[in-house]
Design a protein around this ligand. Structure first.
Ligand code: ZN
Ligand code: ZN
Length: 412
């Protein structure tokens, strides 16, 4: 008998509210999507609160919950997840920050928080500051896209309970980080290290050849690095050790890959998977089928619908749903025998709100022996009559592993 497998397919931000321009329909209700509706009609359906009823979820916290990890316990700030998302090795106890390359004048007043939205040379600037030691604290720095980067401070006895050096506005001076509780030695040590790092970054970068070139071209130099959003690397068990399932992630964005990397999933690079509206979802579908040959559990995130929500562009959302429809048709026809497909969203991103809301999202679970119900469409309202009722994101992996017969019994 084939071993059961599962695909958790997340249409990022696809949930919405009724939109006047669509005659009171949501983008899911307005889109023509025969495969998604076929999937729903052959599934057990319901609605899901990604974190809990009424909670506005971020993509990172929601994906943690959807993978079975309580985000209130494991989410320690954006820093560690951003750092993991760009491929940095974040360890338990590390303090990780998101960073900007910025421009300061000689009085350490910020003149450009994004250093002219620098697009090249940040790898050389990063190499110039990476690897330094500050009072026994190891400094690991890596550039990300454009003016962004991430910083890890590594030593025993550090804490993320410190204030930012980034004043978050131009025209203000760089701040001195302080321990939130001055009596806490770990926070004091971390604040001291971060202040020294910021100071050193200015000393090293102000005369760096990349910046001399930029000044010669009339561009703002990236002459300082400002960390923010610090968090401590959480003590987290891998998905495989929690569930006994070898897992891979097929995603387009660093943030989702960061969450997946955190829980020990294999990361897949898919050609043409851009994270934009032009993304090649059929290549993602083919990557999923390939990964299912060697893995028991696949997490896939398709980003496009969320972008349509943030831009108040219902048509972009509908277009993504129709591409997703083609993808799901291919997956239903090609997944190995005994594969369960759970299709849902990580949160709603209502177009008229331009951001994530706490509205629940549709979820359908498809595969051998599921209790198929009477729902025939994949949208926010049709699924509410289904057999799953209203569940939370953290329930999803349990529902899948019990269908897969891979779950241990609780009790005798
Ligand atoms: Zn999201
Ligand atoms: Zn979003």
């Amino acid at each position: 008998m084939n071993k059961a497998k599962a695909l958790l397919l997340i249409a990022d931000g696809v949930g919405d509210r009724p939109i006047k321009a669509l005659g009171g329909k949501t983008p899911l209700e307005a889109a023509v999507k025969p495969n998604l509706d076929k999937l729903a009609s052959e599934s057990e359906c319901g609605i899901m609160d990604p974190i809990a009823a009424g909670i506005r979820a971020g993509s990172d916290t929601s994906h943690l919950a959807l993978l079975g990890y309580d985000p209130y316990k494991y989410y320690t700030g954006r820093g560690p997840f951003e750092a993991a998302g760009i491929g940095m090795d974040v360890r338990k106890g590390d303090i990780a920050f998101r960073c900007n390359f910025s421009t300061v004048d000689e009085n350490m007043v910020i003149t450009d928080r994004r250093a002219g939205r620098i697009t090249s040379g940040t790898d050389q600037l990063a190499a110039a500051v990476n690897g330094m030691k500050i009072d026994g604290v190891e400094v690991i720095f890596k550039e990300s896209v454009a003016h962004r980067g991430a910083l890890i401070l590594r030593a025993a006895g550090l804490s993320a309970a410190i204030t930012d050096t980034d004043p978050h506005h131009e025209g203000f001076g760089v701040l001195t980080s302080e321990a939130i509780d001055p009596a806490d030695a770990a926070s004091a040590k971390t604040a001291k290290a971060i202040n020294e790092f910021v100071h050193q970054s200015y000393k090293i970068l102000k005369n760096h050849p990349v910046n001399k070139d930029r000044i010669a071209q009339g561009l703002n130099p990236a002459n300082i690095i400002l960390p923010r959003g610090g968090g401590i690397g959480p003590n987290i068990e891998s998905f495989e050790s929690e569930h006994g399932l070898k897992a891979a992630c097929v995603a387009e964005t660093g943030l989702i890959n960061g969450v997946a990397r955190y829980v020990g999933m294999d990361i897949t690079v898919v050609p043409g998977a851009t994270g934009g509206l032009d993304s090649n979802l059929m290549n993602m579908a083919k990557a999923i089928i390939e990964q299912l040959q060697t893995h028991d559990f696949i997490l896939c995130n398709v980003k496009g619908a969320d972008l349509g929500g943030h831009d108040n562009n219902p048509q972009a959302k509908i277009d993504t749903i129709m591409k997703l429809d083609e993808m799901v048709g291919y997956l239903m026809a090609n997944v190995p025998a005994k594969t369960y497909i759970a299709l849902t969203a990580d949160h709603s991103t209502p177009c008229e709100l331009l951001d994530h809301s706490g509205d629940p999202v549709p979820i359908v679970i498809w595969g051998d022996d599921v209790r198929v119900d009477k729902c025939e469409r994949f949208d926010e309202r049709s699924v509410t009559a289904g057999g799953l009722g209203r569940i939370r994101g953290i329930d999803v992996v349990n529902i899948l592993t019990q269908l897969m017969n891979t779950q241990e019994k609780f009790g005798a």
